[in-house]
Design a protein around this ligand. Structure first.
Ligand SMILES: Nc1ncnc2c1ncn2[C@@H]1O[C@H](COP(=O)(O)OP(=O)(O)O)[C@@H](O)[C@H]1O
Ligand SMILES: [Mg+2]
Length: 332
């Protein structure tokens, strides 16, 4: 939900003073566009200069030590990327302007990227039922990941796969998932070289306009020398989650003949094992990620199952972990 208000009424005064300091001699408006109210409160505030349609800056305001650590990690990742690639991933990644402490909050100030998050289009009625629209979204994601792959990394060594890293020190206590993860990581193998990994590559963090990717935000989980396949798998799985959003329970999902609105993991299972244009698209996408990281494209199924195991073991929210675990058990 987006709320826009005059600066003086919308943000705490110390933040208002910070913005006045960052944008002297201009009137500004702010819009709070994302706010998490969980144990680690964080808000994203976009700053607009009066008279301009595009935001000038994004402020990520963290109000707990854990949230502060996350935005500090994001700042570090973005700074390293800017050093490795002065174009900042061909302009997709924001530039860090400041990381500072204001009272009890930590604030990360970055440049704003233009465009709208792809998640807005995704949730629009009819969007994911259109093969043409969905293909365009996957093409957008592939273009962004291909740009990411072009960032020179500090290390020329092949890292272990992201699955192997997880399997070596599995979080949580589910040994069945951990065992499966180990087996999958053996099969999927390691990437041919290390690359930048965004780490939370889904529609909500990918901005677009006019059919082109315009921004990639939210780098809290990024690593600069990891296994890039992780982002390809993550995108495909996350995209598959809510295909049935606008469908009544038990009914066929429009545009997806073989998917019915049912259990929460229906879209995930359909993506991995279903027939039709959508599962084909997912496979083609993951094959591309496998090829790009020097692996056998035929391993797409194992890579997707590995991605399910990853979420089952690492998701913050128990329900989200459980639905991925359910899909994994049904498919494995
Ligand atoms: N630098 C930026 N430029 C443009 N929009 C941004 C920028 N940073 C964040 N946003 C917008 O704010 C939303 C939330 O920010 P994000 O960094 O993804 O926070 P969260 O960790 O809460 O997901 C994004 O989905 C995007 O729409
Ligand atoms: Mg985000």
């Amino acid at each position: 939900m987006s709320t826009t208000a005059r600066l003086s009424r919308s943000v705490p005064t110390d933040l208002a003073a910070l913005i006045a300091d960052l944008v002297p001699s201009s009137g500004t408006r702010t819009a709070v566009i994302a706010m998490s109210r969980d144990d680690h409160p964080k808000a994203t505030v976009m700053v607009f200069v009066d008279g301009q349609r595009e935001p000038l800056m994004a402020l990520k305001v963290a109000s707990s030590p854990t949230a502060a650590a996350s935005v500090a990690r994001e700042a570090a990742a973005l700074r390293t990327i800017a050093e490795l690639d002065p174009t900042c991933v061909a302009g997709l990644a924001p530039r860090v302007q400041r990381l500072l402490t204001l009272g009890t909050t930590t604030v990360l100030v970055t440049s704003a990227r233009p465009g709208a998050p792809l998640s807005t289009a995704y949730h629009r009625l009819g969007h994911t039922g259109s093969a043409r629209s969905v293909r365009a979204d996957f093409a957008l994601a592939a273009a962004a990941l291909t740009r990411l792959a072009a960032v020179p990394t500090a290390s020329s060594l092949a890292p272990s796969s992201w699955l192997r890293q997880l399997a070596t020190a599995p979080p949580g206590e589910d040994t069945a998932d951990a065992d499966l993860l180990r087996q999958l990581s053996d099969v999927v193998g390691q990437p041919s070289r290390a690359g930048v990994v965004h780490g939370d590559f889904w529609c909500g963090n990918l901005l677009h306009r006019g059919g082109r990717a315009t921004g990639l935000v939210d780098w809290e989980h990024a690593t600069v020398a990891g296994d890039p396949l992780r982002d390809w798998v993550r995108f495909a799985l996350a995209y598959s989650l809510y295909l049935d959003r606008h469908t009544r329970p038990g009914h066929r999902v429009r545009g997806h003949h073989d998917l019915r609105c049912g259990p929460e993991d229906a879209g995930l299972r359909y993506a991995v094992d279903g027939p039709g244009w959508y599962p084909d698209l997912v496979r083609g996408f993951v094959r591309r990620g496998l090829g790009l990281t020097g692996r056998d494209p035929q391993l797409w199924r194992q890579a997707l199952l590995g991605g399910l195991a990853e979420v089952a073991l690492t998701a913050d929210h128990a329900d989200f972990a459980a639905l991925h675990r359910h899909a994994l058990r049904a498919l494995a």
